[in-house]
Design a protein around this ligand. Structure first.
Ligand SMILES: Nc1ncnc2c1ncn2[C@@H]1O[C@H](COP(=O)(O)OP(=O)(O)OP(=O)(O)O)[C@@H](O)[C@H]1O
Ligand SMILES: O=P(O)(O)OC[C@@]1(O)O[C@H](CO)[C@@H](O)[C@@H]1O
Length: 321
């Protein structure tokens, strides 16, 4: 089983607005609303692969009720801690004409110490039954920056592997508990180190630093350029084929989901890295956040460029096999 933790759940609203920009009045052409926050996107993709998944985290108010009902309608099992505050709304404004994407993310509800303790108990129970626990996204207000560290320790004690996908101080503090895997994107990694990671050499050094902190798998995701995946023994770069990207919000979550599925199936590191990249790339081509068409994933798996960086070998390249 895979457990996904979303500390700051959300209703993800997508607005399609032509020629959007600051300081005007705009008519929204199309509205979509779905249960969101990174971990719920992970759960959606895991479910598409037919793996058993339980989504947990904090949920509250009218928005919380919408989130729980939509998850149930999608057939995703939820086991949440109910809080007194209101779950947030995250807005993604897609301008199909100007080809821009603007995100407005609410901070989320205030969570008390007692509510935090209840989530730890819940994770203890779920991690006992899980091979993998994913922990994704920002922390809700009121929680200390080291909250993920405590959750990771609880999951580790129950024998689960933890994938941590967060940013800023929550990532810095979370690393101290040595999660099995971390997956910052370029911006998050630069914020963590305070350095530019534009150069390949700097990216390689960053991953080495991550491994030195004690994580087993360090991933740096690079948007359309793919991802670097490093362990103590192996180092791969996976580049996806060019696709027409429609909505890239949630691509990182799809990456985490693909990796979690492969881990739960005991696949090799290379298979996990390829599956994660193919799933994430497929998700960029869909309007819905974390939508994933398995047939497209299978097709993309055959079109990935795979480099073994540690031996300077190109394993697969388009038109090479
Ligand atoms: N424009 C794109 N075209 C093809 N694949 C993409 C594109 N954007 C993202 N991806 C795929 O998604 C993966 C993760 O993307 P990215 O580095 O943008 O993650 P992220 O910033 O964490 O995403 P999120 O929006 O979920 O926070 C990439 O490694 C790649 O496989
Ligand atoms: O504020 P966080 O938790 O960092 O990110 C929230 C969020 O932007 O991430 C997902 C995309 O990855 C969206 O579904 C969601 O709204």
């Amino acid at each position: 089983m895979i457990t996904t933790v979303t500390v700051n759940t959300a209703i993800d609203k997508t607005y399609i607005v032509e020629n959007f920009g600051p300081g005007g009045v705009f008519r929204v052409q199309r509205v979509m609303a779905q249960a969101g926050g990174k971990g719920l996107n992970v759960a959606r993709v895991v479910k598409a692969f037919g793996e058993e998944v339980v989504a947990t985290g904090f949920i509250g108010g009218y928005n919380g009720r919408f989130i729980e009902e939509s998850l149930a309608a999608e057939g995703i099992k939820g086991d949440f801690v109910h809080v007194s505050g209101e779950s947030r709304i995250c807005l993604n404004i897609l301008d199909t004409a100007g080809k821009t994407q603007t995100e407005l993310l609410e901070p989320g509800p205030e969570v008390t110490f007692e509510e935090g303790e209840r989530l730890k108990e819940k994770i203890k129970f779920l991690a006992r039954q899980s091979q993998v626990v994913t922990m994704s996204g920002s922390l809700a207000c009121g929680l200390m920056p080291d909250f993920y560290s405590h959750l990771i320790e609880v999951a580790h004690k129950e024998g689960a592997k933890v994938i941590l996908d967060t940013s800023a101080r929550a990532l810095k503090e979370g690393l101290k508990a040595r999660p099995f895997m971390v997956k910052p994107n370029l911006q998050e990694a630069e914020a963590l180190t305070g350095k530019s990671l534009a150069e390949e050499k700097a990216q390689y050094d960053f991953l080495e630093e991550m491994i030195e902190t004690g994580v087993e798998v360090a991933v740096l995701s690079l948007g359309e350029a793919g991802a670097l995946i490093r362990t103590r023994e192996a180092f791969f770069k996976i580049i996806p084929p060019r696709v027409v990207a429609v909505n890239t919000v949630g691509c990182g979550d799809s990456f985490v989901a693909g990796f979690a599925v492969a881990l739960a199936r005991d696949d090799s590191l290379l298979t996990a890295a390829k599956l994660a990249t193919a799933v994430a790339t497929a998700s960029a081509t869909s309007l819905g956040t974390g939508e994933c068409k398995i047939e497209l994933v299978e097709k993309l798996m055959l079109q990935l460029e795979v480099y073994d960086i540690s031996s300077h070998n190109c394993l697969y390249k388009k038109g090479f096999r």
